[in-house]
Design a binder for this molecule. Structure first.
Ligand SMILES: [Fe+2]
Length: 186
């Protein structure tokens, strides 16, 4: 499992300069995948959401897209102006890779498809992901990214990395919802 995860996210993991943080990111994915009962070869088959038709976009692709998007936003901001805050790029990449790790617990296989698990009914993925990350010893700031990247974070104090991951997540999710509802002008 561990080597499969390292291979799937190799390009993004290599951007994390803190070796122990890199290991913890893999630890959390490994724990989530094992707890969720997923086999290594199944990781690229998990839909990235159950809330709308995903057109084959899987959780790994979504995780990478959100991470790259958040990094792109950070570079755009820091490359054009001098904001009164700094983005911790290690935390941003780690948080991007972990923002949806709770979906490994929230989603389960059912009759050839997927459905929300009992665990997912008890705690949505931002909560279960935050619990997994905190349990692995990740910094509280990364717990904030995971726990507050979706509606759970609305109106709550957030790190800049949380805001960037949220916006990148929205940018990959909402057009799919709009497309499926006939609201995306094409
Ligand atoms: Fe997401």
């Amino acid at each position: 499992m561990r080597s499969a995860i390292e291979k799937l996210f190799s390009a993004q993991l290599s951007c994390i300069t803190d070796a122990s943080l890199r290991e913890m990111v893999v630890d959390v994915w490994e724990t989530g995948a094992l707890k969720g009962g997923w086999a290594p070869e199944e990781l690229e088959t998990i839909p990235f959401t159950l809330l709308t038709e995903t057109h084959g976009v899987n959780l790994i692709q979504h995780t990478i897209a959100v991470t790259l998007g958040a990094v792109g936003l950070a570079r755009a901001i820091e490359g054009t102006c001098t904001p009164p805050f700094t983005v911790n790029m290690d935390w941003l990449v780690a948080g991007g890779l972990l923002h949806d790790v709770g979906k490994l617990l929230e989603i389960e296989k059912h009759q050839g498809g997927y459905r929300k698990s009992r665990s997912g009914k008890c705690a949505r993925h931002p909560i279960s992901g935050a619990i997994l990350a905190a349990g692995a010893g990740l910094p509280e700031e990364i717990v904030n990214i995971i726990g507050c990247h979706a509606k759970e974070g609305d109106g709550r104090p957030q790190r800049i990395e949380t805001v960037l991951v949220h916006q990148a997540d929205f940018a990959t999710f909402n057009p799919m919802v709009m497309h499926n509802a006939g609201l995306l002008i094409e």
